[in-house]
Design a protein around this ligand. Structure first.
Ligand SMILES: Cc1ncc(C[n+]2csc(CCOP(=O)(O)OP(=O)(O)O)c2C)c(N)n1
Ligand code: SF4
Ligand SMILES: [Mg+2]
Length: 354
């Protein structure tokens, strides 16, 4: 006898007028990612892990490929998870999670697991999801396994000592992209556009981008990805305090400024309509407001800053926003100094909807 596979639907938080995108919502009481892990103070990936697991709830199974969020979170017989969790090799987060999804489906159909179908997700670093393990995640998306595949993007291979990854931004300094006479900008290549690759390459999947600066957006997109019957991919910007060199209290602020400076478009791709929905932030800033907060960009020369501003301006156009003349003017290197000497607006303590 074949049993029906019953699926759950997680409720979405109110995003009325877009205003609630910014405030810290009343999060669920349950905390499947409990206190007591060993990540750095201000660790963006740890904040993302906590919110994603709060959004998913207790009927959840999680996989984590090798990276900071495996190594700093687990020692022998000790993890911060109160839900079933498994470590996978860095290359096989996608295939392992496919197996979990197929296994639960089969067990429920055969009556060997009572159901309902649990929330199944994997949270992989950018080194895993955009580089070493991209094949296994792409395969899982292509085969449409019912699971959420999350990339927590700290724009480097953090756990092995802050090496460059495909998502490290242009001019980002890492231990493998030091700046010097031959390469004054540090990293020369632009970052891989992972989320667009996943959306364009797997048009039947729900795909979205978000950041730790927008908790309601992050929680809702996690739930939409889990509610979607089939494969979903979420690309989340998560600052790495150690690798990026900034004040530990600025993780959330960076998560907003990267969007407000045009460097991280926030969108979701609806597979039913085959259409992108772009978030239009109410503030548009010069990229220096974002770059100057981080030590990894401190070496940038005027021409490097101007190039990043030109890229941000193209992003504004791509998401359907006007580019103010003041930002167009900043595409001229003559309008800049060395980044270390640039003036930029200091973060303020934002209130609700600020
Ligand atoms: C096949 C393989 N190559 C290299 C490593 C070494 N390694 C362990 S963690 C890690 C960094 C992973 O980077 P990322 O996925 O971005 O996660 P993060 O450390 O940034 O959280 C690397 C390269 C490995 N474990 N397996
Ligand atoms: S090195 Fe970066 S990603 Fe790793 S625990 Fe520290 S802040 Fe988090
Ligand atoms: Mg990483």
């Amino acid at each position: 006898m074949t049993h029906e596979v019953v699926r759950q639907t997680l409720p979405l938080l109110d995003e009325e007028d877009g205003r609630d995108l910014y405030y810290l919502p009343d999060l669920p009481e349950e905390d499947p990612y409990a206190a007591g892990h060993r990540t750095c103070a201000g660790c963006g990936p740890a904040i993302q892990y906590r919110w994603v697991l709060k959004a998913a709830g207790l009927d959840t199974v999680v996989a984590g490929p090798t990276g900071c969020m495996y190594v700093a979170n687990s020692t022998y017989l000790c993890t911060p998870y109160t839900v079933p969790w498994a470590h996978t090799p860095i290359a096989s987060g996608g295939s392992f999670t496919s197996g979990m999804a197929a296994g639960y489906e089969a067990m429920i159909r055969k009556g060997r697991y009572p159901g309902p179908y649990p929330n199944i997700l994997v949270m992989a670093g950018d080194g895993s999801a955009a580089d070493i393990g991209i094949g296994s995640i792409s395969g899982a998306l292509y085969r449409d396994h019912d699971a959420l595949f999350v990339c927590y993007d700290n724009e480097c291979y953090a756990n092995t000592g802050i090496q460059t990854s495909p998502t490290t931004p242009y001019a980002g300094m890492t231990t493998f992209t030091p700046y010097g006479k031959a390469t004054p900008e540090g990293k020369k290549l632009p970052p891989k556009n992972l989320a667009k690759m996943m959306a364009e390459g797997h048009p039947h999947c729900y795909v979205a981008t978000t950041t730790v600066g927008y908790p309601v957006d992050l929680i809702n997109k996690t739930r939409k990805g889990l509610n979607h019957v089939g494969a979903a991919f979420l690309h989340c910007y998560t600052p790495c305090q150690k690798g990026w060199v900034y004040q530990t209290s600025m993780t959330i602020e960076l998560g907003r400024r990267v969007v407000e400076s045009g460097l991280w478009p926030v969108w979701e791709y609806d597979p039913a309509e085959r259409a992108y929905r772009y978030f239009h932030p109410p503030v548009q800033r010069p990229v220096t407001d974002y770059l100057a907060m981080q030590g990894r960009f401190g070496h940038m020369l005027p021409e490097h800053v101007a190039r990043v501003q030109a890229g941000a301006n193209r992003n504004w156009e791509l998401i359907g926003m006007d580019v103010p003349q003041s930002l167009r003017d900043l595409e001229d290197p003559a309008r800049h100094q060395r980044l270390a000497d640039e003036e930029y607006s200091m973060p303020v303590n934002r209130g609700v909807g600020a």
